[in-house]
Design a protein around this ligand. Structure first.
Ligand code: PXL
Length: 278
């Protein structure tokens, strides 16, 4: 069975990070091996939460993995609590990967034009360094603007232009390198649609959904988990992105019907059957 190491927090409420990655990767028939970076009562978008930061334990936890010689088909990283934790994760990615390991970095930093309140400029610089180690990154549009040093306001101001997606693709292409093969920009709004755009050196694909509701907790984590697992089992980039887009669209539709708060995440559980034996 293929194994994916997921370096992320676990939050009691918010259906994000590890509570998103675990069911998705299991449904897709792979073993999810968590490196829990923190335990939170709720994700940080709620008005109040308690965070048990596991930074001080991470080296000892990872040392056990290193001494067992564990190796992984893929590594997926997400939310980080501090610069000190980011430094440990930067080293862990190098130690855990082998020549065949797919490294997917979700450069969690911001959404809707605003940095998450726990992310400093210095932590963003660490995220940028981590993104450079990846084969695939999955920034939302705000995070792409940070990575590509663009203004979010002037980027979204172009959304009505015919060339909007090409503009975004050009920005994404500036990030590509020898190892970073694909940048998938998520949640790009255009008219009444929201799109996920996969950009490679010579490739470009757009997966489109109807824009329903606003942005919800955990969608980036669900998206990155589906894409990471599908690529790990050998599916194409365009197929993996389209499946992730369709899965999230269906779950958002149910969530909007239920009328729950954006912080509570999306109603994805009933749609896991789309992924089982798929
Ligand atoms: O979904 C990203 C994420 C993950 N983990 C925690 C968060 C967030 C976004 O706010 O707060 C704890």
């Amino acid at each position: 069975m293929k194994k994916i190491a997921v370096i992320n927090d676990i939050s009691g409420f918010g259906k994000c990070s590890l509570t998103a990655a675990l069911p998705i990767i299991s449904a897709l028939g792979m073993q999810c091996c968590p490196v829990p970076t923190a335990v939170l009562s709720h994700q940080t978008g709620y008005n109040s939460y308690h965070c048990i930061d596991l930074t001080a334990e991470l080296d000892a936890y990872l040392k056990e993995w290193y001494s067992c010689g564990e190796s992984f088909d893929a590594i997926l990283t997400g939310y980080m609590t501090s610069c000190e934790q980011a430094d440990i994760i930067l080293k862990a990615v190098d130690r855990l990967k082998n020549d065949c390991t797919l490294v997917v970095v979700d450069p969690v930093m911001a959404d809707d034009g605003t940095l998450y309140k726990t992310y400093s400029k210095e932590l963003c610089r660490k995220v940028i360094r981590l993104a450079k180690k990846a084969n695939v990154i999955t920034p939302n549009l705000t995070e792409l603007c940070i990575l590509a040093r663009l203004s979010y306001k002037s980027t979204t101001a172009k959304s009505a232009e015919d060339s909007y997606f090409e503009y975004i693709a050009e920005a994404a292409r500036t990030l590509l390198s020898e190892n970073l093969e694909t940048v998938i920009v998520t949640g790009v709004k255009k008219g009444n649609t929201v799109c996920d755009i996969a950009v490679g050196k010579d490739s470009f694909s757009v997966s489109q959904s109807e824009l329903i509701g606003g942005s919800f907790s955990g969608t980036g984590d669900l998206f990155a988990s589906i894409v990471c697992a599908e690529l790990t089992r050998g599916m194409s980039m365009a197929y993996s992105v389209e499946l992730a887009t369709r899965f999230i669209e269906k779950a958002i539709r149910d969530t909007v019907k239920e009328g729950t708060d954006r912080n509570d995440g999306i109603a994805f559980e009933k749609h896991l059957e789309m992924l089982i034996n798929e």
